[in-house]
Design a protein around this ligand. Structure first.
Ligand SMILES: [Zn+2]
Length: 65
């Protein structure tokens, strides 16, 4: 494997990382319950344990879920 190939892979990983960080979560990171959208507040909330987006959102550990 060449350095050029490694560089290409690293750049692709960065792009995926950016993509997933830009996505809103569809389910609660704690229990997988589908989130309920609140149009008036612009938040997504888990009816099970009260997890809320973006308040409790941590893209470092939760992006891509
Ligand atoms: Zn939850």
């Amino acid at each position: 494997m060449s350095w050029q190939q490694l560089l290409t892979i690293a750049r692709q990983n960065e792009e995926w990382d950016r993509y997933w960080r830009a996505q809103q979560p569809r389910a609660c990171p704690n229990d997988g319950t589908p989130l309920t959208a609140s149009a008036s507040e612009g938040t997504l909330r888990c009816p099970h344990d009260g997890w809320e987006y973006p308040r409790d959102w941590d893209p470092d550990t939760m992006a891509g879920m």
